[in-house]
Write a protein that binds this ligand. Structure first.
Ligand SMILES: Nc1ncnc2c1ncn2[C@@H]1O[C@H](COP(=O)(O)OP(=O)(O)OP(=O)(O)O)[C@@H](O)[C@H]1O
Ligand SMILES: [Mg+2]
Length: 802
């Protein structure tokens, strides 16, 4: 058995990165010269040697202070010399020792050691037993997890009963850093050492199970990635077989993703499209749903999310361009230039929406187009006439095949830039037959506060409309829904005067028509008078559209003649214009050439501009019936009633039989009976015609008038003064009666017209009659209805009146 241990000197073998516990039998390789010498010295003595670890593994030639103070006294069991001068020894630990001091002997170290007696600690037997059991259990778990410790060790350990041996055996088996093992070596009471071992076992157990988890997870991931890769390759192969993938191996999906990257969509939209692409990827290509999704993606990718054109900022150039394309319209052009200037200074795209209002063919659309050219922006026109469904503006929800974005978004796609000029034509036709309320959808489009996030139902993500310059056009203002009108700055373009029409024809329409019919100015000439003739007799309009068409007809006819070889050039004159245009279509309504009783000339304002309107009244014997014909509207009928009541109340002063309403029928007719007429502005004209008929005093033929009448005979202001005066001028009227309150409107009248008209401002019907009627001719007999022409039967008149 083991010999008792004394404090004495033994050869010392410094260990690197390992140590030997008591009771353990361990093989060691010894290579360092000093160490070999120490082993050899041992063999010369009693075969015992001190093994102690050095602090640092890397130290090749340790000094005494590099070695731990606690080591193990061992017995060399075997010694084997291997080639290259090394030796292999098998040692068995005997006891812990304290290294008191280390001395350098000849060629090796010697250590003077004192043995450390084996102590237990403060636990009682059972406690210690319990601790041992726990340690044993944990050790078993540790061995199972670790796989590095042979299973026999477990057997050995389970059979150890001595607590010291048990503790050291387990300590030596632990797979921990040697420094931690050294710590265990230095804990002398075995209870404490077991506790430390248990701590290490817990910690290591934890780490090992974590390792295991990580391993498993990583392995799973690897397997999944490999599986997916494999499946994808298979899909690719299948797709290639089916022809869904081109030779480069890219699919439609790849192409879509590619396009998406290039399209520079805002974040929100991009996320949405990506989501849809992923959905599409998972669908069967022939599924109906896939078509819907693909369509949607195509739409999204085709929109100009971030494409802009660069604005032309030079206002002088803009002005030049506007002047080049349009004659006159000075006020409108000025307003447009102001608008552009302000937009430029404020650097903001926000601003009022322009609304050009005027009769057809006055150049609203083409002026708006010129704004586009002047700004160097893309241009598009969107007609709102007849739009009755909100979805036309805002699009359909993407629920079925064939649903589409609204017209605004469609237009943007065609235009291809984010900041075009868009003309919304005919906004006034929108409200007249709306069903889904497109007008309120338009509010969002036109409101600068809202339209940077315009929500189209189809797109589902907001689109920025704020950089679009919207210009709207309308024929009449009153049928634009008020909230819409409120968002727009109205610029009125009234009809043209004859002179303006002539100039437009000379400068623009004629050259344009020549060119588009392939003629040169040498081949076809037209005289100024002919142009006037065409304006008068072949057109009837406020604008110049028909005029342009008539000029086109002339050009076409001449082009045919030239091609047929009948002529080489032509000149259109007043005398041969009918050859090209046929007989005159319109007879210019001309002022009456003689004064008549019961006929007064009024001025009307229609969608084609101003017109003169003659009002005829006949009074016959009867029972007080008032007949109104000529397709008169409600308001005009009421005007007639009012005029009649006024005359009754003034009968005495005017010299009319106070009972005329009982004794005669009155028939009032306004010619051109098929054309509906309405409005209050014929009031004073109706009253004049009635008064003339009732008093038998003729109306002055060169005079015409307009104004609303009240029951008291006051004359109220009316609209459309410019158009009406132009019409009067055209018709050869020389004297016009206007309500006093319309005086301000005279500013807008071209002086060429004003110079030829005598304008009288009237406030009361008495003044009107004073201007209009000739004084009573003394020689004339009693008025027809004043004749005692009563029916013989003497039937009562009352009660049959209508
Ligand atoms: N002042 C003008 N100078 C030159 N050409 C003009 C002028 N006014 C109108 N035109 C020409 O008349 C034609 C008709 O004009 P446009 O189509 O713009 O009318 P519009 O006012 O939009 O009518 P609508 O209300 O019917 O839409 C165009 O060819 C236009 O170039
Ligand atoms: Mg138009």
């Amino acid at each position: 058995m083991v010999q008792p241990i004394k404090s004495q000197t033994y050869p010392l073998l410094p260990l690197r990165g390992t140590l030997v516990f008591p009771y353990m039998v361990t093989p060691l390789e010894v290579g360092r010269v000093r160490s070999i010498e120490a082993v050899e010295q041992t063999m010369l003595r009693d075969g015992r040697i001190v093994l102690a670890a050095q602090h640092l593994v890397a130290t090749e030639d340790p000094q005494p202070e590099d070695i731990y103070d606690v080591g193990t006294l061992c017995e060399v069991k075997q010694l084997l010399k291997v080639p290259e001068g090394q030796i292999r020894v098998l040692v068995e630990g005997i006891s812990r020792v304290n290294l008191e001091h280390i001395d350098d002997a000849e060629g090796y170290y010697e250590a003077f050691v004192t043995p450390v007696p084996e102590t237990v600690g403060e636990m009682d037997r059972y406690e210690r037993e319990a601790l041992m059991r726990i340690v044993r259990e944990e050790f078993e778990k540790y061995v199972r997890l670790g796989k590095k410790i042979p299973a026999e060790v477990l057997l050995t350990v389970s059979s150890i009963e001595d607590v010291h041996r048990f503790a050291d055996t387990i300590a030596s088996q632990l797979n921990v850093a040697f420094k931690e093992k050294q710590r265990l070596l230095e804990i002398f009471p075995v209870d404490k050492r077991l506790e430390a071992i248990l701590g290490l076992l817990y910690r290591e157990g934890e780490i090992l199970s974590m390792e295991k988890n990580i391993q498993q997870r990583v392995r799973k991931q690897m397997e999944k990635a490999q599986r997916e890769y494999y499946l994808r390759e298979q899909i690719k192969a299948i797709q290639m077989e089916l022809g869904e993938r081109d030779e480069r191996g890219s699919t439609e999906i790849d192409e879509l993703k590619d396009k998406l990257e290039k399209a520079k969509l805002p974040k929100e939209a991009k996320a949405k499209v990506l989501h849809e692409i992923h959905r599409l990827e998972r669908m069967a290509p022939m599924a109906a749903e896939a078509t819907v999704v693909r369509n949607y993606i195509d739409w999204m990718l085709a929109l100009p999310w971030s494409k802009r054109t660069k604005d032309r900022l030079d206002l002088n150039v803009a002005e030049e361009l506007l002047d080049r394309d349009h004659f006159g319209l000075d006020k409108v052009k000025e307003r447009i230039l102001e608008f552009l200037a302000v937009r430029q200074l404020t650097k903001s795209s926000k601003g009022p929406i322009l609304c050009l209002v005027g009769p057809p063919g006055v150049g609203k659309t083409s002026l708006a187009q010129s704004v586009g050219t002047a700004l160097n922006r893309n241009f598009s026109r969107l007609s709102l006439g007849g739009v009755r469904d909100e979805a036309e503006i805002r699009g359909h929800r993407r629920t079925y095949i064939g649903s589409m974005p609204g017209r605004i978004i469609q237009t943007l796609k065609t235009v291809g830039s984010l900041n075009p000029v868009i003309v919304l034509d005919e906004v006034d036709k929108l409200a007249s037959d709306f069903r889904g309320d497109p007008a309120s959808a338009l509010l969002e489009v036109l409101d600068p506060e809202q339209n940077h996030r315009f929500g189209d139902h189809y797109l589902e993500v907001p689109f920025d409309l704020s950089e679009i310059l919207f210009i709207t056009t309308a024929n009449v203002l009153h049928s634009i829904p008020p909230p819409l009108r409120d968002r727009m700055e109205v610029i009125e373009i009234p009809g043209y005067t004859e002179y303006e029409k002539f100039e437009i024809a000379r400068r623009h329409l004629w050259p344009k028509q020549l060119k588009s019919n392939g003629l040169t100015p040498e081949q076809l000439q037209i005289s100024d008078n002919t142009i006037y003739r065409i304006i008068h007799e072949y057109t009837k309009e406020a604008g110049v559209r028909t005029l342009e068409r008539r000029l086109g007809t002339v050009c076409r006819k001449v082009a045919t003649e030239i091609v047929k070889g009948q002529t080489q050039s032509a000149r259109v004159t007043v005398s041969n214009v009918h050859k090209y245009l046929g007989i005159p279509r319109y007879h210019q309504s001309q002022a009456n050439t003689e004064d008549k009783v019961g006929v007064a000339t009024g001025l009307a304002f229609t969608t084609v501009g101003g017109e003169i309107l003659s009002i005829e009244v006949t009074v016959v014997d009867g029972k007080g019936k008032l007949t109104l014909t000529g397709k008169l509207g409600e308001v005009m009928r009421e005007s007639a009633q009012a005029a009649l009541s006024y005359l009754r109340s003034r009968a005495a002063e005017l010299g009319i039989d106070p009972k005329f309403h009982e004794r005669c029928d009155i028939h009032m007719h306004i010619p051109e009976g098929a054309i509906p007429k309405d409005g209050p502005s014929a009031g004073i004209t109706i009253a004049t015609a009635l008064a003339s008929a009732l008093t038998n005093r003729p109306v002055r033929h060169e005079l015409s008038m307009t104004g609303e009448i009240t029951l008291r005979g006051r004359v109220l202001p009316i609209g459309g003064v410019k158009e009406k005066l132009l019409a009067a001028h055209r018709a050869g009227i020389t004297h016009v009666l206007l309500p006093v309150d319309n005086e301000k409107d005279l500013e807008e009248i071209p002086s060429s017209v004003l110079g030829k008209l005598q304008i009288s401002l009237v406030e009361h019907m008495d003044e009107v009659l004073g201007h209009a009627l000739y004084p009573v001719a003394e020689s004339e007999g009693p008025l027809p209805f004043m004749l005692p022409n009563l029916p013989a039967g003497g039937e009562p008149w009352m009660g049959e009146r209508t």
